[in-house]
Design a protein around this ligand. Structure first.
Ligand code: ADE
Length: 317
């Protein structure tokens, strides 16, 4: 596989001006900086999450990952300070912030909803597919897909961020590279087979199916904020009504594996043709049996069709 041109060596970190704190969490901090007159995001990893920095750096440095729906990489840097190591990841900056932040404040119409859903599905399909040849890429599964790891663009499309847990698969040698990050995905978004430990960890397909489960939950989050007949729900995280904030593994396991609950679908969604089609899609992401779930490519194709029929309805009006 072609290596990314090594920005690492040509970029002088002393010329990155880090200015505004734009986010803080368990992962560390994200700052807005200036580099060569452009806004960049500087993610400073907390030392306990150094494995995620290593993994994300490894993936961006060995795989040519340029896609409008995947967060654009600029550089990765490790500097030694007197008593500690500082780990930075420099990427494109998205001023609208994460999808999670965006959905708290904004409502969508059907066309904006589809644009977001289709863009995330396109990013995920690109990650999941292996492309052969010199400009190729291995298949990649994300393993921590959620609205906080998706960024919103000014054009209303989204891009997928945070590859700190990702796994890679190379078909020619059938090599599965799972890295050595002890971290697990976000419990709230975990698929049933992760919660009951029935997941086949030696099979790459398993990881893609875990991403699809989480993608279905993101679709649900977006749909709640999509207005139909003048009605909309408030933003809520998936399973907000059945588990506490910061749920434990056991909390999630009871809801998802034992009770086999799924997010509630409000009746009003069925009065809108776009939301009705999206409901069908999300339900097909939530089968208990992982092999029954849709693939990212199938989701992308179906969303494209829904988008085309919405254009047709608009043209007929
Ligand atoms: N939060 C996390 N990553 C970000 C980015 N690249 N741009 C803006 N906000 C972010």
């Amino acid at each position: 596989y072609a290596l990314t041109p090594s920005f690492h060596h040509s970029l002088c970190m002393c010329h990155v001006f880090v200015c505004f704190l734009s986010g803080k969490g368990r992962y560390g901090e994200v700052w807005r900086g200036q580099w060569q007159g452009e806004s960049v995001a500087v993610k400073i990893f907390s030392s306990r999450d150094e494995k995620s920095w290593f993994r994300e750096t490894e993936i961006y440095n060995t795989v040519l990952l340029r896609h409008e729906n995947i967060l654009g990489f600029i550089a990765s840097d490790m500097t030694s300070r007197s008593s500690s190591t500082q780990l930075w990841l420099i990427t494109h900056f998205h001023e609208m912030g994460s999808l999670y932040d965006y959905l708290q404040l904004h409502m969508l119409d059907a066309s904006a909803c589809l644009r977001m859903a289709l863009s995330i599905a396109s990013g995920l399909a690109h990650l999941h597919v292996e492309i052969f040849g010199t400009q190729g890429k291995p298949a990649i599964a994300h393993r921590d897909l959620k609205s906080k790891n998706i960024l919103v663009n000014k054009n209303g499309q989204c891009c997928i961020a945070d590859l700190g847990l990702a796994v890679m698969h190379f078909q020619d040698t059938n090599e599965l590279d799972v890295g050595n990050n002890p971290k697990v995905g976000t419990k709230r978004y975990m698929a049933p087979e992760v919660l009951d430990d029935s997941i086949q960890t030696d099979c790459f397909e398993s990881y893609k199916r875990v991403d699809i489960w989480a993608f279905g939950l993101v679709l649900w989050e977006i749909s709640r904020r999509t207005v139909s007949n003048g009605i909309v729900e408030d933003y809520k995280t998936p399973f907000h009504d059945v588990v506490p904030s910061d749920p434990s593994f056991e909390d999630m396991k009871k809801v998802i594996c034992i009770d086999q609950q799924r997010p509630n679908i409000p009746n009003r969604w069925f009065s809108d043709p776009t939301l009705t089609s999206i409901v069908k899609l999300m339900k097909e992401c939530w089968y208990q049996n992982p092999s029954a779930r849709l693939t990212a490519l199938r989701i992308k194709k179906t969303l494209t069709k829904i988008d085309n029929s919405l254009d047709k309805i608009k043209a007929d009006i």
